[in-house]
Write a protein that binds this ligand. Structure first.
Ligand code: SF4
Length: 264
C-alpha cells in the first residue's frame, strides 16, 4: 500500500486525470477486460493510463483483465459520498478571513499577485455543500478544497482553512474579494441549507495555456502548447505528458494546472 511521499505522489498524479478517474470508477463495478474499459472510457492512450494506475498500486492487470487492488478498492471507498457530506451546513459556523499571510508575484503574470489567506474556523467537508454558490465553483475530493474561478482570479479554499488566490491586482482587490467570499459563505451558513446546483462553466484552453511553459517544445507530441491545452481540456491527453512541467522552476505552474484540471 502506498505510504511514502513518492508513492503518495504517484497515486495523486494517477488520479489527477479524467480518463483515469473514469477507469477507476468503472472498475468499482468489478473486474473488466481491457477491451471493456476501452469501450466504456475511450481507447485513447488506454495502455498508458492503465500503466500509470498500475504503477500507483491502484489496479492489477493480468492476461487482458483489470481489477482494483485492495488499496485501489479502499481508495475508491474513501471517495464515496456519505449522506453527512452532502449539502449539510447545519454544523458550520460563520467564518472570518483571519489574515492575508503572504503576497507573492503571480506565476502566470508577474504584474499580478498571489495571496495566501486563512479562513477561520475551518469549514472542512462543509465546503462541498457550498460548491453550488459559485457558477465556477468545484469541490475537489482529491485535494479536499473548493476551487472557484471568477474572471482570471482562481481561489482555492481548503478544508483546513487556508485560502489561495491568484491573479490579483493589488492587496485591496484581494481584501475586497475575500470580504465578498466571506459574506457569500456566511449567508449560506445563516440559512443553513445548501443552494440549488447551478450550471457549471468550463475552463477555456487559454486559461490552461497561460500556465504551460509556452515553449512549444513538442515533447508532449503536440506542435504547440496551445494545441496541448485544447487536447488537455478535451480529456484527450494528461498533464504528465508535458515533461518540462517537472522542472522545479515550473512547480507553481504545475500545482495551478493540477487544480484547474479538476474542472476538466
Ligand atoms: S511538452 Fe509542454 S512545453 Fe512542450 S509543447 Fe507540450 S505543452 Fe508545451
Amino acid at each position: 500500500m502506498p505510504g511514502n511521499p513518492e508513492e503518495i505522489k504517484m497515486v495523486s498524479n494517477a488520479m489527477a486525470n479524467v480518463p483515469r478517474r473514469k477507469m477507476m470508477a468503472f472498475l468499482t463495478g468489478g473486474e473488466k477486460t481491457v477491451a471493456e474499459i476501452g469501450e466504456a472510457v475511450g481507447k485513447s492512450m488506454l495502455d498508458y493510463h492503465l500503466k500509470i494506475l498500475e504503477q500507483a498500486g491502484l489496479i492489477e492487470v493480468a492476461e487482458g483483465k483489470v481489477r482494483l487492488t485492495e488499496f485501489g478498492k479502499n481508495f475508491m471507498e474513501g471517495k464515496k459520498e456519505t449522506p453527512a457530506e452532502k449539502a449539510d451546513l447545519s454544523g458550520a459556523k460563520p467564518v472570518e478571513i483571519a489574515e492575508v499571510r503572504q503576497l507573492l508575484p503571480c506565476i502566470a503574470d508577474t504584474t499580478k499577485l498571489r495571496i495566501i489567506a486563512n479562513l477561520a474556523p475551518p469549514l472542512g467537508g462543509a465546503l462541498k455543500a457550498l460548491e453550488p454558490l459559485f457558477p465556477r465553483g468545484r469541490y475537489s475530493e482529491r485535494i479536499g478544497a473548493l476551487i472557484i474561478q471568477r474572471g482570471d482570479v482562481l481561489t482555492t479554499l481548503y478544508g483546513a482553512g487556508n485560502v489561495t488566490m491568484t491573479m490579483i491586482k493589488d492587496e485591496s482587490e484581494a481584501r475586497e474579494n475575500l470580504q465578498k467570499l466571506k459574506e457569500t459563505i456566511n449567508e449560506a451558513i445563516a440559512r443553513g441549507v445548501a443552494p440549488a446546483p447551478r450550471e457549471k462553466v468550463r475552463v477555456e484552453p487559454m486559461e490552461i495555456y497561460k500556465y504551460l511553459p509556452q515553449t512549444n517544445c513538442g515533447e508532449c507530441g503536440e506542435q504547440s502548447c496551445y494545441s496541448f491545452a485544447i487536447r488537455l481540456m478535451n480529456g484527450e491527453v494528461s498533464l504528465d505528458l508535458c515533461t518540462p512541467l517537472k522542472d522545479p522552476k515550473y512547480r507553481q505552474n504545475l500545482e495551478h494546472l493540477q487544480v484547474m484540471a479538476e474542472y476538466i
